[in-house]
Ligand binder design. Structure first.
Ligand code: LER
Ligand code: MN
Length: 287
């Protein structure tokens, strides 16, 4: 199995969304994340305008961390903006704000995640209408900077009723037909919606740009009952070269969760040297 690149979600501002390992304290947390042995940090950003790009770039450089992707779910979670809102002004505002995330992502060579910002269907809105808004919004976003990749994430039915399965999302990608738009798969959502996680990953092979992991209970991998052995074997088989990013509840506490993720992947991939700077006995600040 090839060396795996791993990252962890860090929210740049306080946020209500729970599956985030660390929030704020960017300098301290990036240092901790690097010390543990992660190669990257996935930034969850509510407002891109509030970030000092030069400062963040400095911290990334100092800690030799890559930003594989930028999360946008807080636009919806904290501000109610979405690509499928009934009010055209809100849809426009969502795109304006996503534009800032896309510009930011361009500076970090990162992808932009289209998760909950897709919105929710409301009964008055016909399916075709919602689908059109979504397709038009995504095409507009994907045209802002074609060098920035957008990743659409199938999300389980309890969080949204738009694009729950991998199959539905692959069909949407076929309609969009843009090279810089692909898939983000998340084991937590797949465990709820897919009949076979392995088959869904295989079916995504040509469009899979990014990958979130959490176990069935959204704790660190190994804390639930998802078969990660099969998942990593199939990712290897399809030649997936992207990041494996931990989007997990920070339980029992953030440091333990992050550390267990690394230990679990290391044991599973039988690569004691995978994370050269990490050893389970390493004490990191804040322990
Ligand atoms: C985001 O990546 C995600 O998985 C959702 O549950 C919330 O945005
Ligand atoms: Mn996710």
């Amino acid at each position: 199995m090839k060396q795996m690149k791993i990252s962890l979600v860090l929210s740049t501002q306080p946020a209500a969304f729970s599956a985030v390992t660390y929030r704020g304290g960017l300098a301290e947390n990036m240092n901790k994340i690097r010390q543990m042995g992660f190669h990257g940090v996935e930034l969850a950003v509510r407002d891109a305008a509030l970030l000092n790009v030069a400062d963040v770039q400095g911290m990334l450089k100092e800690n030799q961390l890559i930003v594989p992707a930028i999360g946008t779910g807080q636009l919806f979670g904290e501000e109610g903006l979405s690509l499928t809102h009934s009010d055209q002004k809100v849809r426009k505002q969502a795109i304006l704000r996503l534009r800032q995330h896309i510009v930011l992502a361009g500076k970090f060579s990162a992808m932009v995640i289209i998760g909950l910002v897709r919105g929710n269907r409301i009964p008055e809105n016909k399916s075709e209408l919602v689908e059109n808004w979504l397709i038009e919004g995504l095409k507009e976003c994907a045209t802002i900077d074609k060098a920035v990749r957008l990743v659409i994430e199938p999300i389980n039915r309890y969080e949204t009723d738009i694009l729950n399965t991998v199959h539905q999302t692959l069909q949407l990608l076929e309609q969009i037909k843009m090279d810089n738009v692909g898939l983000l798969l998340d084991t937590f959502h797949m465990n709820i919606e897919e009949s076979s996680l392995g088959e869904s990953i295989l079916n995504s092979r040509d469009r899979l740009f990014h990958f979130h992991i959490a176990d069935s209970n959204r704790w660190y991998p190994g804390a639930g009952h998802i078969n990660f052995n099969e998942i990593f074997r199939i990712l290897d088989k399809i030649g997936y070269e992207g990041f494996i990013s931990g989007e997990m509840l920070p339980l029992p506490d953030p440091d333990t969760s992050a550390r267990r993720m690394i230990e679990f992947i290391r044991a599973l991939t039988h690569k004691p040297d995978t994370f050269s700077s990490y050893s389970p006995d390493n004490k990191v600040s804040g322990d």
